[in-house]
Design a protein around this ligand. Structure first.
Ligand code: ZN
Length: 164
């Protein structure tokens, strides 16, 4: 029987809930999600939980923030003036932007508040600090294409999807 191991493309259906039982994300009703196992495509706690599991198995796991999207860092919150954004940018809570730090590293930030001309940006992932309740069914496994191996991520369900 084939089981999940490093270097395989794993195709899953998943539902993610928070501690309150609210559904935060789900592939239900849509295509399943492909990812490359062992490549950090998904949060470490989920990747670990899926290792060695077989096709058809359903895995229920609670992933801690440390093994999920990280603990919240209060220092990652900053206020910036509206003028820091392009005039035509939609700056409303929930919108994501990318910024560059002093070393040129690109970091994603989320708008969490807009008070008059002051915008609050948070570099914490919106799910940082939260326990993640995953229910995952392993639909299928396949070998990666050479290109997928090089890129470290899947190109769609079959490996033939064009790249973006
Ligand atoms: Zn690619």
């Amino acid at each position: 029987m084939s089981t999940v191991a490093d270097g395989q493309i794993v195709i899953i259906h998943y539902t993610l809930k928070n501690d309150q039982g609210d559904v935060l994300d789900s592939s239900s009703g849509a295509d399943p999600l492909p990812y490359l196992h062992g490549a950090g495509n998904i949060v470490p706690g989920l990747e670990n939980a899926l290792s060695g599991k077989a096709v058809g198995e359903t895995v229920d796991v609670v992933v801690s923030p440390e093994e999920g999207y990280g603990v919240r860092d209060p220092a990652a919150v900053q206020e910036v003036p509206r003028e820091a954004f392009p005039e035509d940018a939609e700056v409303v809570p929930g919108v994501q932007f990318v910024m560059q730090d002093d070393g040129g590293q690109v970091i994603p930030v989320w708008v969490t508040a807009v008070v008059e001309d002051t915008i609050t940006l948070d570099a914490n992932h919106p799910l940082a600090g939260q326990a993640l309740h995953f229910s995952v069914t392993i639909e299928s496994l396949r070998d990666p294409t050479e290109e997928e191996k090089t890129h470290g991520h899947p190109h769609g369900l079959t490996g033939t999807e064009s790249h973006h």
